[in-house]
Design a binder for this molecule. Structure first.
Ligand code: 9MR
Length: 384
């Protein structure tokens, strides 16, 4: 699944793939569900949770610095009901000076969520990007594992309190070339980013074993609330592959092109494999880049979004679904990629209406729709 996206090299890597044609698709919004006018997801979510047997968390990223605030106020009342701080809970924001906890932005996002009846998810306590300047390259492995990571994880997770639904305890620690048959250590060692290869000053690689991951998780386990899910979060996950074996947060930075996303059945098989192991999984950073903002591509995007949401809804072990960036003008993938549910003016796109329709369908107790992103030659929807 090489064309699923690597987080830091997104746009360039997939330029070739997005030029591919899109299939004609069949959508629930063609069958009588609303395709214009007000969106009613927030009012449907309680019935969704009732069918799931536990709270289903559906939301998006937010940061207090992002404009326009009035749009966020409305959307996080009526559509999104779950908040992830896009950047405010990362290590550079939360421990800008060694040993000094600063949860100001992370807490502000949590307060924004709480004030609107939203739940809150934590992203992240450990990542090789957005590190505070004082950290990389300045410590030995034993200082990192024995002191710096546990202290940071404890002060952040402890400081944010037990209501956080899930934490990305480690983010993007698995290498892109991880393959089945490799040990977990080999998979992590193949990650060509700090802390895997940064020397500690003596030329010795900083990470020689998985103790940095163990340090983060054991501290998180001891500090987090009893119902908080603790995740390895990674991109290019969701299929039957080595990366997915190690991660339960499926970022899902996708592209609307064959090979740019997992099929619904691949994703469903992955959820069900994990369910049999007693493991929960979640969609943590969904967006879908388009080659062009045409009607056909917007419909393809809606079909893929619908399939991912259905895969999560109809799985027993998927209860969080997060969209990365709430609207196209705020997307890390750029406005031309049109990768989110709402356009650059904040207007709902077909994918937003299709998401609402999938929720409505599920909440009404209906059977799972077929795999719409496969195209009308494979799947045609009708209202049950
Ligand atoms: O969306 C985030 C963007 O605002 C930051 O500049 C960027 C820094 O690398 O991180 C983005 O979020 C990333 C997330 O934290 C981890 N997975 C990949 C996301 C997109 O790069």
């Amino acid at each position: 699944m090489a064309s699923l996206i690597a987080s830091s090299v997104a746009a360039t890597l997939l330029a070739a793939h997005v030029a591919q044609a899109q299939p004609a698709v069949s959508l629930l919004i063609d069958t009588g569900y609303a395709s214009s006018g007000p969106l009613h997801v927030a009012s449907i979510l309680p019935a969704v949770s009732a069918r799931k047997g536990q709270t289903f968390h559906f939301g998006s990223t937010y940061d207090t610095t992002e404009a326009p605030q009035s749009w966020f106020d409305t959307m996080f009342e009526s559509f999104f009901k779950h908040v992830v701080s896009e950047n405010g809970c990362k290590w550079d924001a939360t421990e800008p000076e060694q040993g000094v906890s600063n949860l100001t932005e992370c807490q502000a996002c949590h307060s924004f969520a709480t004030a609107r009846g939203n739940s809150f998810r934590g992203h992240n306590t450990f990542w090789h990007q957005q590190m505070p300047a004082w950290l990389p390259g300045n410590f030995t492995a034993s200082e990192l594992v024995g002191n710096i990571i546990p202290q940071h994880v404890k002060q952040e997770i402890g400081g944010m309190g037990p209501s956080v639904t899930s934490w990305d305890v480690v983010n993007e620690v698995v290498g892109d070339n991880a393959t089945t048959g490799m040990t977990a250590l080999q998979c992590v060692l193949s990650k060509a980013d700090w802390p895997t290869v940064t020397a500690d000053g003596s030329g010795i690689p900083l990470v020689k074993d998985l103790s940095f991951i163990y340090a983060a998780f054991s501290t998180a386990f001891a500090t987090a609330g009893p119902n908080t899910r603790l995740a390895v979060n990674d991109y290019n996950t969701g299929g039957q592959d080595a990366k997915t074996e190690l991660a339960i947060g499926f970022q899902s930075h996708l592209t609307a092109a064959v090979g740019g996303f997992y099929t619904k059945s691949e994703l469903a098989t992955t959820f069900s494999t994990l369910a049999k192991l007693g493991v929960e999984a979640m969609i943590t950073e969904m967006d879908i880049e388009l080659a062009t903002n045409s009607t056909a591509f917007l419909r393809y995007q809606a079909a893929i979004w619908g399939d991912y949401l259905d895969a999560c809804l109809y799985a027993s072990n998927c209860n969080e679904f997060i969209n990365w960036d709430p609207r196209d003008d705020l997307s890390w993938r750029g406005l031309p990629a049109a990768a989110t549910l709402f356009d650059g003016e904040g207007n709902p796109k077909p994918a937003a209406y299709e998401v609402a329709a999938r929720f409505e369908n599920f909440a009404a107790g209906k059977p799972e729709p077929c795999s719409t992103s496969s195209g009308t030659s494979v799947c045609k929807l009708s209202r049950h």
